[in-house]
Write a protein that binds this ligand. Structure first.
Ligand code: ZN
Length: 227
């Protein structure tokens, strides 16, 4: 019985260790650092977002879709040239919660690798951070990402896809400022809601004494997940 309990403990311990190293939804609670992440682009809102980030001297992480990079290569290059971090949001935004097929593992792998190829060919950057569409982060997604040397990055707060007045949305983002926060915003949306308060939101973060960093800096990740 004792041996069984010990092996169970070791099993659970290594499982949680593996998960912790591959999947993140926030950073350390001990450091006053947060990260801004932008999904689905490059898109309609990207240029304005880049202007605001430059004005505020902030570096963010852009989780790009393969299809978006393929249709906006110049904009993707601008994001890179302005010093932001480039990350993978898969090729064409498949909802894996609803994807029921025997080839699900293969499909997830292909979606990551297709986006990786397009990003590499367009920007010369090899991605190692992935965010699955809709934050899909079940065991199969994490195993697939790990196999390909990726970390799966979700978020601690995001609400820009919901229908609410900009003032209410701003307040929600502002109230979510905390150590290790990963904020999700979309740069594909046409609506100007986030754009209308992004500058103020960045000021709020700084005024509260937090530093805004990229995901790899927030999580202290230096390269592909090969451990
Ligand atoms: Zn998305």
């Amino acid at each position: 019985m004792k041996e069984i309990l010990i092996s169970l403990y070791i099993c659970l311990f290594s499982f949680s260790l593996t998960q912790a190293k591959t999947f993140y939804a926030d950073g350390s609670k001990l450091e006053k650092k947060v990260a801004l992440t932008f999904d689905d682009g490059p898109g309609k809102a990207t240029e304005k977002i880049l202007e605001i980030l430059q004005e505020k001297n902030v570096k963010a992480t852009f989780f790009m879709l393969g299809v978006s990079v393929a249709s906006n290569p110049a904009l993707a290059k601008t994001i890179l040239n302005k010093g932001h971090e480039i990350a993978n949001h898969t090729y064409r935004h498949i909802n894996f919660y609803a994807y029921e097929s025997e080839n699900k593992f293969l499909k997830m792998e292909q979606e990551i690798l297709k986006a990786e190829d397009i990003i590499k060919n367009t920007l010369g950057v090899k991605t190692f951070l992935v965010r699955f569409p809709y934050g899909y982060a079940r065991e199969d997604a994490i195993a697939t990402a790990k196999k390909l040397g990726y970390y799966v990055i979700n978020w601690s707060f995001g609400t820009d896809w919901k229908d609410m007045p900009a003032s209410q949305m701003y307040l929600k983002y502002k109230n979510a400022i905390t150590s290790g926060a990963i904020f999700l915003i979309h740069d594909l949306f046409k609506n100007g809601k986030v754009i209308s308060f992004l500058g103020d939101f960045i000021d709020d973060i700084k005024n509260k004494g937090y530093e805004i960093v990229t995901i790899s800096e927030l999580l202290d990740i230096k390269g592909p997940n090969v451990k």
